[in-house]
Design a protein around this ligand. Structure first.
Ligand SMILES: Nc1nc2c(ncn2[C@@H]2O[C@@H]3COP(=O)(O)O[C@H]4[C@@H](O)[C@H](n5cnc6c(=O)[nH]c(N)nc65)O[C@@H]4COP(=O)(O)O[C@H]3[C@H]2O)c(=O)[nH]1
Length: 907
């Protein structure tokens, strides 16, 4: 890899480093040369000292010798010898020996301080690097000195030996002596000059070297300073600023402080400062992005928290208003919005009505004007736009966006910078808006939008739930209502009756007051329903309920048990007061009703039970009032009766019969017997009346007179009647097939059966299934069938007639049949009731009636048959009156099929 060339700063730095080494070398050289100067000076000094010592020692010897000779004091001789020993290296050189020895020893007769160096003077000179010629001269001087020492020793010996002092003194002062002395001093002087010259030269040489080294040191130092200066300039150029500035900036960067933007001049662009500025800008941008991302994350996480709170609000709110309040509060408190409100559409005025709000500036909503009309400025805002597009509207700069111009002042006042209008829907239709406001610009980024939309969906879900809950509550209320009230009349129903009646009974018990419970039932109301339809029947019942309610005092109650049955509970009434009320009720019920085109009249029957005489609880009283009413019905209806003990027995019997009758067919307890009908003309059996028999192990044989009404009242007559019809038709077919003379099978048809709309088709179906031609069947109808709905009866009869089926009127004379009706009825036979026949032989009135019926029938072209003919007298009278047929014990009792067949076969 090719390395990049070193930067100028690095080059300068290396140069500085090299120069620094040079400076150090120059300095060391300089120090060395200075040391050499010192050494040279020291050598010069030492050399001078040694020469001087030689000279001095010679002088000192002379002086000591002369003094000794002069004084004779041994001390001087001793000193003399010591000087010689020192010079020869036999004695240590005293300290400060360079001074005059005389001075050293003579002062106070002190001995010189002992030094450490013990070396011959000549050796010291050699060690002081004396030149060889100098040493040679010194050696010569030394020889001369040694010679002189001999002379001086001689002179001193002379003195010591007591010799001639003068001679001795002369020896030391004469010319020889001086000559010898001069021979010593001359070489010393030469050496001294030589040494001085030599050492001076050495000192000069070394001084020169030192100067050179000094100059080198100075020059290199200057160069170093220049280089350092240049390096610093280069460093500054590289940095682009001062180090302090750089350090302060980097410290700020290190702390993550990007508050002050750094600037770099154009020249500093390609410098560390420039790069630092660039880095700071990048870091500041990254920091801003990071802060923005953080802020966004916080905003989103706040909204997530708000979303979670909203979900809790949805779960916990019990009403729409409560939910809206909570949503607005949560969006502000948890979602970081400045304000939020929810407005609902006022369709009538095309405006938005604030339903809930929370946050700063909500007071502005008091006079808020938001319209849905694009023609007004307040209709062209976010909400109006959202309404028309059906989409959420995000306004990212509330204070400057043109669509919020109408509200800019408010936005500026409350610091709103963004707002949204999100439609709230119910069943797909926009019903209002959710409007959050933020103090941040561009607050609604994608993620925030998604969160708010999710929140809105949750709100819509909650609204749906509220709707469902409302429906459920309504349904609950309805169920509650239905559980206690009758829908048609609005009166309390059976369960409410029981509850309320029980309270009234308790009240009567505690107050010891009497109470009446009445049961009212319309007479033949079923006929109205069957003939005019239930709508008419219902309208009549509603009207009746109103009338009945109007008859009551405060504290009385009336309930509808179902159908046309009403119960009255009258607290604190005597039986006579109850009678009055009953009469009043009968009268009210009996007044005519106008229902649509119909003018209707009904009557009612009322049974009354008194507390406490007839029962101490509601159930008993109800049962007994029912029994009393049953008796009214049996007694001809349209009346009221109080309960009696006998009624109770009858009612119980009735119940017993109905219960047993339910299983009569399946338990094979029913039989059909046939009573012959005989033609008075031919005397032959021309017909048979099918009569039902019922016998159970518990009840024994029960008379049809007793159980047929019970079957009719319980509705059981329909299946039982059909069973009888099928048995009779089948029997007729059997006899026909057996080759017996053809006869007409007469079957009793209850009025209830007759009112079945499908009667003609059912009868035809049975005939078809059993294979009996219709002309062999005769349906015996009572007069009552036409009583309620003559037109309906006529229609049914016509249909039966058209199918070839014969009809006769049973028990004729007991009902209210009119001739005009008879004309329209497609009957062919009248059956004279046995109550008239019974006494025709004795009772003139009955005779007249029977005679009239026969004549009338004949005039209408109808056949007559008299039933209950038991005696010859009766038979004769009937024959006399030209009655066509008879039926009765006189001829035969009702017979089982086998007996009947035997009878026929006998003929
Ligand atoms: N004392 C006396 N009675 C005689 C004499 N001849 C016939 N009877 C009785 O008179 C009744 C004649 O029938 P009804 O008038 O249709 O009166 C019938 C009829 O209305 C009804 N009934 C009987 N069977 C049926 C039936 O299958 N369907 C319907 N809807 N009613 C029936 O029950 C009523 C009574 O029926 P039963 O007890 O069978 O009574 C029968 C019969 O046994 C007589 O000479 N003297």
């Amino acid at each position: 890899m090719k390395s990049s060339p070193p930067s100028p700063f690095a080059s300068y730095l290396w140069a500085c480093f090299g120069t620094l080494l040079l400076v150090a070398a120059a300095f060391m050289l300089y120090v060395w040369t200075e040391k050499r100067i010192d050494h040279a000076n020291e050598l010069r000094y030492t050399s001078h000292n040694l020469i001087e010592e030689l000279r001095q020692s010679s002088d000192d010897l002379t002086r000591m010798a002369r003094t000794y000779v002069a004084t004779g004091e041994a001390q001087y001789r001793k000193n003399y010898q010591e000087i010689v020993d020192i010079r020869e290296g036999r004695a240590a050189r005293p300290k400060n020996y360079e001074n005059v020895y005389w001075d050293l020893v003579m002062a106070n007769d002190r001995r010189p301080r002992q030094g450490e160096l013990t070396a011959p003077l000549m050796q010291l000179m050699r060690e002081a690097h004396f030149a060889p010629e100098e040493l040679a001269l010194l050696a010569a001087a030394k020889n001369e000195s040694d010679k002189l020492i001999g002379l001086e020793t001689t002179a001193m010996d002379l003195r010591a030996g007591g010799g001639d002092v003068v001679q001795a003194t002369a020896m030391l002062h004469d010319a020889v002596y001086h000559r010898a002395k001069a021979d010593i001093m001359r070489p010393i002087g030469e050496v001294s000059e030589s040494v001085d010259r030599r050492t001076r030269l050495l000192v000069e040489e070394t001084s020169l070297d030192a100067n050179v080294a000094r100059i080198a040191f100075m020059v290199s130092s200057v160069v170093l300073v220049l280089l350092v200066w240049r390096t610093k300039r280069q460093l500054n150029a590289s940095l682009g600023c001062s180090v302090d500035q750089l350090r302060a900036a980097m410290e700020k960067l290190g702390r993550g402080d990007f508050s002050v933007a750094l600037q770099a001049s154009a020249q500093a662009q390609d410098s560390i400062w420039g790069w630092l500025v660039h880095t700071q800008q990048s870091l500041a941008r990254l920091d801003a992005e990071r802060s923005a991302a953080l802020e966004r994350t916080q905003r989103v996480s706040r909204l997530y928290s708000a979303l979670s709170q909203c979900n809790q609000a949805i779960v916990r709110s019990h009403s729409e208003a409560e939910l809206f309040e909570r949503i607005c509060r949560d969006v502000v408190c948890y979602g970081g919005m400045a304000m939020a409100w929810i407005g609902l559409i006022d369709k009538e005025h095309g405006r938005i009505v604030v339903a809930a709000s929370f946050g700063g500036g909500v007071e502005y909503l008091d006079q808020l004007e938001v319209s849905l009309d694009a023609g007004t400025p307040e209709g062209r805002g976010p909400i109006g736009l959202s309404y028309r597009s059906g989409q959420p509207y995000w306004c990212q700069d509330y204070q400057h966006a043109p669509e919020t111009a109408y509200w800019h002042a408010h936005g500026a006042r409350y610091g709103w910078s963004s707002s949204a209008a999100i439609p709230l829907r119910r069943d797909g239709e926009i019903i209002g808006f959710f409007a959050p406001y933020s103090s941040a610009l561009n607050a609604f980024d994608q993620e925030v939008r998604e969160l708010l939309l999710e929140m809105t969906l949750d709100i819509e879900f909650a609204l749906k739930n509220f709707d469902r809950e409302a429906i459920r509550q309504q349904a609950d209320q309805r169920v509650q209502y239905l559980a206690h009230y009758d829908v048609l009349t609005g009166l309390p129903n059976r369960s409410q009756l029981h509850e309320r009646a029980r309270q009234l009974v308790e009240q009567a018990r505690s107050k010891r007051t009497p109470m009446a419970l009445m049961m009212l039932d319309l007479d033949h109301f079923k006929d109205i329903n069957d003939s005019l339809g239930h709508t008419v029947g219902d309208a009549l019942l509603s009207e009746l309920a109103l009338r009945l309610t109007g008859c009551l005092r405060d504290g009385d109650m009336v309930a509808r048990l179902g159908g046309d049955e009403f119960i009255f509970v009258l607290p604190d009434v005597s039986s006579s007061e109850a009678s009055d009320v009953a009469r009043q009720l009968l009268e009210m019920a009996g007044q005519s009703y106008t229902v649509g085109p119909h003018d209707l009249k009904v009557s009612a029957s009322i049974g009354i039970a008194m507390y406490p005489d007839d029962g101490a609880d509601v159930e008993t009283l109800l049962q007994r009032a029912d029994a009393a009413m049953y008796q009214v019905k049996r007694a001809g209806r349209h009346d009221f009766r109080f309960f009696t003990a006998a009624m109770q027995q009858r009612a119980a019997r009735h119940l017993q019969l109905v219960n047993a009758l339910r299983y009569a067919v399946e338990r094979d307890q029913l039989r059909v017997v046939y009573q012959p009908q005989v033609s008075l003309k031919s005397g032959r059996v021309v017909g048979a009346e099918a009569l039902l028999r019922w016998s159970t192990p518990e009840l024994g044989a029960v008379s049809p007179v007793e159980f047929i009404p019970a079957a009719e009242e319980s509705g059981l007559i329909i299946p039982i009647g059909e069973w009888v019809l099928r048995q009779a038709v089948r029997q007729a077919r059997v006899w026909l097939d057996a080759g017996l003379p053809p006869l007409v099978m007469a079957v009793n048809l209850s009025a209830i059966q007759f009112r079945s709309a499908d009667l003609p088709s059912r009868v035809a179906q049975i005939l078809y299934e059993e294979g009996l031609p219709p002309e062999y069947l005769e349906l015996e109808l009572t007069e009552g069938v036409a009583l309620q709905d003559p037109q309906g009866a006529i229609n049914t009869m016509t249909q039966l007639h058209d199918r070839g089926i014969r009809m006769s009127i049973d028990d004729f004379g007991t009902g209210f049949s009119s001739l005009s009706h008879l004309k329209k009825f497609k009957v062919y036979k009248l059956k004279i009731d046995q109550s008239f026949v019974r006494d025709i032989s004795t009772d003139a009135e009955d005779k007249a009636i029977v005679s009239a019926i026969i004549n009338m029938a004949r005039s209408l072209g109808l056949t007559t048959i008299a039933e209950g003919v038991e005696t010859v007298e009766q038979l004769d009278f009937l024959r006399e009156q030209l009655c066509d047929e008879i039926q009765g014990y006189h001829f035969s009792k009702p017979l089982l099929p086998e007996a009947f067949r035997a009878l026929l076969e006998k003929e």
